[in-house]
Design a protein. Sequence first.
Length: 105
Amino acid sequence: MTEEVFAPVVALVPAHSVDEAIGLVNAGPYGLQAGVFTRDLDVAFDAAKRLRVGGVMINDTSSYHADAMPYGGVKDSGYGLEGPRYAVQEMTDPRIIVLNLGTPR
């Protein structure tokens, strides 16, 4: 529970309430994605609002992502976002050019 794993792994930690589960997730150093399984939309939206992760999947695995949506983590889970739009932004070096077209000296 202390290392970020990039493999098909399931880690189970018992929690006595949704609040406790959210606290356990938020207390960790990583925050790529989380999966919340519930039939209660109030619980789903509350968890999505309070979890400190890059993405919250409701009733799906945390490994799901679509190319068009931003994919990335918070805390120690990487830098920047993936996805075509976000990748272009990450690889763009914006700069300004100011031209004074007045009479040269």
